[in-house]
Design a binder for this molecule. Structure first.
Ligand code: ZN
Length: 233
C-alpha cells in the first residue's frame, strides 16, 4: 500500500520554521510517524543551515555551493526527533497519561501532539457532530485555523464536501479512503477547492485523525446547503 507523505513544500516550510502553529503541530506529528518525511525535513534544515553559513560575508567564495553540498553529504545519519525514539511501552504509558478521560485512543500518540492533548485538560471529551463524526478542538483560539481531532466511526462516511481553503488530515488510528486513495496511520491527505470528496472510515476500527483547515468546509451532497447552515465543519 502506497504511503501518503506530506508534500515536499510543506516539509520545506516546516524546516524553515515558516508554518503556523497548527500546521507545525501536524507536520511534527507526521514526521514522528514517518521516517522518510523526517529525513526530508532534516535535509531541508541542513540546506537552510548551510546556505546561511555560506552566505556569511567572511565565508563567501566561489566554492560556496560545493561546500554546502559537502556539508550536507557528510552530515550524521538521521536521528528520530519525536515520539518514535522512546521505547514503545513508555510511549503507550505517556499517551494514556496525557489523554483526557473522555478521549480514548488505542494507538500511541507521538510526543508533539501528546502535549497539546494534555493541555486540553482532563475533562475534555469528544463532541458529537451528528452522524458518525465526533471532534475535539485543539488550539481553539488560534486565528484563521480550525485544528481538531476527528473520530469517524468504523465503516461510516462523512458528508461529501469541498473546501474553501486547504484541509490537511493526518491519520493517527484506523484509516480512511476517498477517491485519491487509502490513508492509514501517519499518512497525510491534502485537499483544497479542487477536491470534492466523501471520506469513508475503514472497517478495522474508528478512524482518528488530526485535521487542520484554514477555511470552513463546503458540503456539496444533496443536503449540502442545509448541512452548511447547521454544521460549521
Ligand atoms: Zn475534505
Amino acid at each position: 500500500m502506497a504511503e501518503h507523505l506530506a508534500p515536499d513544500d510543506l516539509l520545506q516550510e516546516y524546516a524553515a520554521g515558516n508554518l503556523s502553529e497548527p500546521l507545525s503541530l501536524l507536520v511534527a506529528t507526521h514526521i514522528a510517524l514517518k521516517p522518510e518525511s523526517r529525513q526530508t525535513v532534516r535535509f531541508y534544515e541542513d540546506v537552510g543551515g548551510a546556505l546561511l553559513e555560506a552566505s556569511a560575508p567572511e565565508s563567501m567564495s566561489n566554492d560556496a555551493f560545493e561546500r554546502v553540498m559537502a556539508r550536507i553529504e557528510a552530515d550524521a545519519p538521521v536521528v528520530p526527533d519525536g515520539g518514535t525514539a522512546a521505547a514503545p511501552a513508555d510511549d503507550a504509558e505517556r499517551t494514556r497519561e496525557a489523554l483526557p478521560e473522555g478521549v480514548r485512543i488505542a494507538a500511541d500518540v507521538p510526543a508533539p501532539l501528546r502535549d497539546y492533548l494534555a493541555s486540553t485538560g482532563s475533562k475534555a471529551s469528544w463532541r458529537h457532530r451528528g452522524g458518525s463524526v465526533a471532534e475535539l478542538d485543539l488550539l481553539p483560539d488560534f486565528p484563521g485555523y480550525k485544528t481538531r481531532l476527528l473520530r469517524i466511526t468504523a465503516g461510516s462516511r462523512i458528508p461529501q464536501h469541498t473546501h474553501d481553503g486547504a484541509e490537511y488530515t493526518l491519520v493517527l488510528e484506523g484509516s480512511f479512503t476517498d477517491a485519491t486513495g487509502r490513508y492509514a496511520r501517519g499518512d497525510v491527505s491534502v485537499a483544497d477547492d479542487e477536491v470534492t470528496h466523501q471520506p469513508v472510515a475503514g472497517q478495522e476500527s474508528d478512524c482518528i485523525c488530526l485535521a487542520v483547515t484554514d477555511a470552513p468546509l463546503k458540503m456539496t451532497g444533496p443536503f449540502g446547503r442545509i448541512l452548511n447552515y447547521f454544521v460549521d465543519m
